[in-house]
Ligand binder design. Sequence first.
Ligand code: MD6
Ligand code: FE
Length: 216
Amino acid sequence: MIGDLFSDFQRERKTEALAENAVLLRGFAVSEAPELIAALDRTLAASPLRHMNTPGGRRMSVAMSNCGSLGWVSDQSGYRYLRTDPLTNNPWPPIPLPFIRLAARAASTAGYVKFAPDACLINCYQPGARLSLHQDRNEHDFTAPIVSISLGLPAIFLFGGNTRGERPRRFRLESGDVAVWGGASRLAFHGVAPLADGDNALTGRRRINLTFRKAS
Ligand code: MD6
Ligand code: FE
């Protein structure tokens, strides 16, 4: 079954290389997008979106929350994963089943079998919001890939190399596009350019990004 999905998707040539070991599955989540947004609304009712502060004390323009047994947070003490949402003092809500299924299916399509994420970071961009170049390096196990789902307004994804100095390439991410990256690109610098205004049928004036990680 998984093998069939792999070859169907490959045969339609919707797989695009971002870099070594980093692929973009164009439109992979389009048909599930409404279901994902509905599940997201329930998740955000338990742990709402909030603007975290960088360790340097700046308010991030992207609003964030998490689901899963671990959630990524940033504050004056630094970046780290926590079992409890500091806003509610409750555990983060569980990762909804449709999220888990889609993330695992995308990972296996990209060649990573048995991807079992324990953390899902939820990013919400409004027009003008951006994410400066960074590496994802707070996870314990860099052999697991990261699966990233884009929903709503399109964005320009910046994808650089393993040093900050390399000039990033630009990729337009549309609603339903899924990126899977690991291996040689696991620690690549990346970011998101300031979001252009628009109106999306599913999300209105917002872009949602879900990134699934094996954090523990
Ligand atoms: C975003 N994504 O697309 C931000 N990180 O809104 C990320 O920072 C990211 O898409 C690691 C792997 C995939 C990603
Ligand atoms: Fe990232």
